[in-house]
Design a protein around this ligand. Structure first.
Ligand code: NI
Length: 256
């Protein structure tokens, strides 16, 4: 019934994959998409997808790893995208939170991977932290390369930013923070985004939802986020979960 569109099952905290998979299946999570942050996590995603039917994967370089992105790395990504279970390029984007950062290198890494997505006929999973204006301008400048769409992962911006992303054809994904006591403006965004443009994710092992905040997050907690959003939007949980699954299968068409 549920899908976790963004998690990091290669993380040391979630190393017992058999257990992680068993637990999320028991909580009703049918599909998960593992993100790539560099070559090793992208390759690990493929290994996990080879082993577990319910795991799909994305490949890419996280902005914090942009300094390791080069032609050799791009060639390796190109080999990984052809697999039938590679559903997206991600997570890619801009992160000006962790200092020092190289803005020029991050933008180059972001744009080259948007081009890879177009070539590979895949959607992108976008990461943006403290970089909203630049992230939006890169997307707008490369609008012609976004024919396979994308998703803004763990959205934490304003209604205005969400609106601009929706106009660019980007889906909005909500994670644990929407359930936090200090979510404030994010609640308005969650109410604003049409249900046919919403996605859900855990970003495991990070960002465990309320009341588990501060613990190691895992895909088994995904239903907490979906239920919170359904309630906020005044929808039946089953209806909303089915809609989110449909949205995910529309964007990540290789899930079908
Ligand atoms: Ni992530």
């Amino acid at each position: 019934m549920f899908i976790d569109t963004h998690c990091h099952l290669d993380d040391q905290k979630l190393i017992n994959t058999d257990e992680v998979v068993k637990e999320y299946q028991l909580s009703g999570v049918d599909l998960v998409i593992n993100m790539g942050c560099n070559i090793s996590s992208s390759e690990k995603g493929k290994e996990l997808a080879d082993k577990y039917q319910s795991i799909y994967y994305a490949v890419g370089f996280h902005p914090s790893d942009a300094n390791h992105f080069n032609d050799e790395a791009l060639d390796k990504l190109k080999l990984l995208v052809t697999n039938k279970k590679c559903v997206a390029i991600g997570e890619i984007g801009l992160d000006y939170y962790w200092k020092p950062y190289d803005e020029v290198k991050q933008k180059q890494c972001f744009v080259e991977q948007i081009e890879l997505a177009k070539e590979s006929k895949l959607p992108i999973c976008i990461h943006s932290r403290d970089a909203t204006a630049d992230m939006l301008s890169v997307l707008k400048q490369n609008k012609d390369k976004l024919s396979y769409g994308g998703v803004m992962h763990c959205f934490s911006g304003s209604v205005e930013t969400a609106k601009q992303l929706l106009d660019l054809g980007i889906y909005i994904s909500f994670a644990g923070p929407v359930t936090f006591k200090n979510a404030n403006g994010l609640l308005d965004v969650a109410k604003f985004v049409p249900q046919d443009r919403c996605l859900t994710e855990t970003d495991s092992p990070y960002l465990a939802p309320h009341p588990l905040r501060g613990t190691v997050n895992a895909p088994k907690n995904l239903p907490i986020i979906t239920a919170f959003l359904a309630n906020l939007k005044g929808l039946e949980l089953t209806d909303f979960a089915n809609q989110v699954m449909k949205n995910a299968k529309t964007l990540f068409y290789k899930l079908n």
